[in-house]
Design a protein around this ligand. Structure first.
Ligand SMILES: [Zn+2]
Length: 240
């Protein structure tokens, strides 16, 4: 049985949020994700002992957190002002923000022009995210169709998701299939988004991660191992 709680500890003077997951395991494990720590521990270990363990590893945890934040700032600067940057298809577009009664959102190779009434950071963010979602909507379904055609499969329905843990998912039932793609995929280099599409489309044929599944993936996308590795580095883009 798994038991999850959200906690906090002060490490080297910094309050660090952590998620404690109790399960049937034999030792304590730590990883950095979601801008905090995830601690896995057996049911029988006392919280005091977990804290001692975290304090012993405080330096390692703080360094890993720094790395996570730097990666996050790189892919998601969250700098919602004129002159800020937003990642789009693997490139940084410079935000050009102006006040406009009619809404404007268009881009060239270098700039994303956002015209909205009374631009404030939250409104700029909303307008940029809407533009990104529209871009995802305009781009992904067609790419899924093309990928399915290569396997001789009928194209499924495609929806955008806002998942914090998955770039994509696939449901496959007789006569009704659905692929969900995280809208922030549009922020990745297009060849990485194509890998996720190839991965989910391959699930229409194999609903598992068996050797047969990976053979199908490799047929569509030979360098999938490299893509998997690069995607792990991009996880801070969708983690909350
Ligand atoms: Zn999969």
């Amino acid at each position: 049985m798994r038991e999850v709680s959200e906690r906090e500890i002060t490490l080297e003077g910094e309050a660090v949020a952590y998620r404690l997951i109790r399960s049937r395991r034999r030792s304590i494990g730590i990883e950095i994700a979601y801008g905090g720590a995830v601690v896995r521990a057996p049911h029988w270990v006392r919280v005091g002992d977990i804290h001692s363990f975290l304090l012993e590893n405080a330096n390692w945890i703080r360094r890993k957190l720094e790395t996570w934040r730097a990666a996050r700032a790189q892919v998601r600067p969250e700098d919602w002002r004129d002159g800020g940057f937003v990642r789009y298809e693997g490139q940084d577009l410079r935000l050009s923000v102006f006040s406009s009664r009619t809404r404007v959102a268009d881009n060239d190779l270098f700039d994303l022009r956002i015209g909205i009434p009374k631009p404030t950071p939250p409104r700029i963010r909303d307008a940029v995210e809407e533009w990104l979602k529209n871009g995802a909507d305009a781009s992904f379904p067609e790419r899924v169709v093309q990928c399915c055609a290569r396997l001789g499969l009928a194209a499924p329905a495609v929806r955008l998701s806002n998942s914090r843990t998955q770039w994509g998912s696939c449901e496959h039932h007789a006569g009704r299939s659905l692929i969900r793609l995280q809208w922030r995929l549009i922020q990745l280099p297009p060849e990485l988004a194509d890998y996720i599409i190839a991965h989910e489309v391959s699930h229409l044929r194999e609903m598992n991660h068996s050797p047969r599944f990976w053979t199908t993936v490799a047929g569509l996308y030979p360098t999938y191992r490299d893509a998997e590795k690069r995607l792990r580095e991009m996880a801070p883009l969708i983690e909350p």
